[in-house]
Write a protein that binds this ligand. Structure first.
Ligand SMILES: *Cc1c(COP(=O)(O)O)cnc(C)c1O
Length: 370
C-alpha cells in the first residue's frame, strides 16, 4: 500500500496549474535522490546555503542567489532586505518600522493574493496605475516618498498590460536606493525568465521552487544583485530574525539545485510539443461530445507560453451546471481537478500532466460529460 492510500488521502490528477494547494508540481528526476543523500549527513547549513546559492547563481547568469522556503518567503525576505539592508539594529526591530523606510509601491491592478507576505514586515503598500492604460514614469515618481523602500512587480497575465517596464522602474528607483523586485513565482517556462528580469534591471526576481522548476515544494529562489541577495540572506534562516520560521533544510537546498540542473538541461521544445498533443487530444476526444465545445487557448493564466484546452459547456444540453461537472470530477479516486474559467468553461492545463495520466483523464472527462 502506498503512503497516500495508507493515510486515506486520495491521489489527484492535476490538470489545473502548479497550485500550491494541489501539491505544486512533481519532483523532477534526480531531486528525490539528491534530497536523500543530503539527509544522510550533517553539514554546516550556512556553508551549504552559500555553496548552493553560488552554483545556482552561476547556472542562471545572476550575481547571487539565496534559496528560500518558497516564493512567499522570498517576498518577505526581499521586503525586509529592502527596508533595512544589512543593518543589525534595524533588523532586530522588525516588524516595527517607525522611522524606517517602510513603504512599498505596487500596481493596483496586478496585486495577487500574496500581499501579506510583504505587509507582515510592517510595510504599507502604495498603489499606482489602473487597468486599461499604461502606467507612466511620472506616476511612479509621484508615489515615491522619503519612506519608499521598494517597487514590487507581479507580472502575471498578458491582459494586465500597462505595468511600468522593469527598465523604467530601475532607472527611477536605483539612484534613490529603492529596490525593484519581481515576483516571478509561476513565471516558468520560459527558462530565460531566470535571467531576463534581473538583466532588465530588477534587483531580484523571486521564483517558486515547487512550481515550474519541479523542485521540493517548500523551496524558492531569490536571484539577483549580490548586495541585495546578501541582505535577504541576512534576514533569512538560520539567523533568528523575521525569516527564522521560513527554514530551508539541507534536503531542500540540495533538492532545488538538482531540480534547477534538470530544468536547465531538459528540452523546452519537446515539453511544449508534448503539451500541444495533450491539448489536441482533449479537443478531439472531449470537445466532440454533445453539449461541449473546445478550443485551444494561449497563454496560460500566469501569462506563460503554455497552451491549454478550454471546454465550454452547454449547461442546458448537458442538464448540469459547470460547477456540478467540476465537483463531480473531484469526487472520483483519483480526483481530477481542472481550472474553472470564465462563464461555463473548464480549462485543461497540460503543464502538470504526466504521460500515464492522459488516458485516465480523458476517460474520466468523457464519463462525467455524457
Ligand atoms: C505561487 C505564488 C507565490 C507563492 O509561492 P510559494 O512558493 O508557494 O511560496 C507567490 N507569488 C505568486 C505570483 C505565485 O504564483
Amino acid at each position: 500500500m502506498g503512503i497516500y492510500e495508507e493515510l486515506g488521502v486520495r491521489r489527484l490528477i492535476n490538470a489545473n496549474a502548479t497550485l500550491t494547494r494541489l501539491g505544486g508540481s512533481l519532483l523532477a528526476p534526480g531531486v528525490a535522490a539528491a534530497m536523500e543523500e543530503a539527509g544522510a549527513s550533517f553539514v554546516e547549513l550556512e556553508s551549504l546555503q552559500r555553496a548552493v546559492g553560488a552554483e545556482i547563481a552561476r547556472l542562471t547568469h545572476n550575481e547571487a542567489c539565496y534559496v528560500s522556503s518558497g516564493a512567499a518567503a522570498a517576498l518577505t525576505l526581499a521586503t525586509a532586505a529592502a527596508l533595512t539592508g544589512t543593518d543589525p539594529a534595524l533588523r532586530a526591530r522588525l516588524p516595527f518600522t517607525d522611522g524606517m523606510r517602510n513603504e512599498v509601491i505596487v500596481h493596483r491592478h496586478t496585486r495577487v493574493g500574496y500581499d501579506f507576505a510583504v505587509r507582515m514586515v510592517g510595510v504599507r503598500l502604495v498603489e499606482i496605475g489602473e487597468p486599461g492604460r499604461e502606467t507612466t514614469a511620472a506616476e511612479l515618481e509621484a508615489a515615491i516618498t522619503p519612506r519608499t523602500a521598494g517597487f514590487f512587480l507581479f507580472p502575471r497575465c498578458l491582459e494586465e498590460r500597462g505595468e511600468l517596464s522593469i527598465e523604467t522602474a530601475a532607472e527611477i528607483c536605483r539612484p534613490r536606493g529603492i529596490r525593484v523586485v519581481v515576483d516571478a513565482a509561476a513565471q516558468l517556462p520560459p527558462r530565460s525568465n531566470l535571467w531576463d528580469f534581473t538583466r532588465r534591471g530588477a534587483d531580484a526576481a523571486l521564483f517558486s521552487g515547487g512550481k515550474g522548476l519541479r523542485g521540493p515544494q517548500s523551496s524558492g529562489l531569490i536571484l539577483g544583485r549580490r548586495d541585495f541577495v546578501e541582505a535577504c540572506a541576512f534576514h533569512g534562516p538560520p539567523s533568528a530574525y523575521i525569516g527564522r520560521g521560513m527554514k530551508v533544510g539541507k534536503e531542500e537546498l540540495c533538492g532545488i539545485l538538482a531540480a534547477l540542473r534538470w530544468y536547465l538541461n531538459h528540452d523546452e521544445e519537446t515539453e511544449l510539443a508534448f503539451w500541444e498533443t495533450i491539448v489536441e487530444r482533449v479537443i478531439a476526444e472531449v470537445g466532440s461530445l454533445p453539449g461541449v465545445t473546445a478550443r485551444r487557448i494561449w497563454p496560460s493564466e500566469a501569462g506563460q507560453p503554455v497552451p491549454r484546452a478550454e471546454l465550454t459547456l452547454d449547461e442546458a444540453a448537458l442538464g448540469r451546471t459547470r460547477d456540478a461537472v467540476h465537483a463531480a470530477l473531484l469526487q472520483g479516486d483519483p480526483m481530477v481537478d481542472l481550472a474553472a474559467g470564465p462563464g461555463t468553461t473548464l480549462i485543461v492545463n497540460p503543464q502538470t500532466l504526466y504521460p500515464e495520466e492522459i488516458d485516465p483523464l480523458i476517460t474520466r472527462l468523457r464519463a462525467v460529460l455524457t
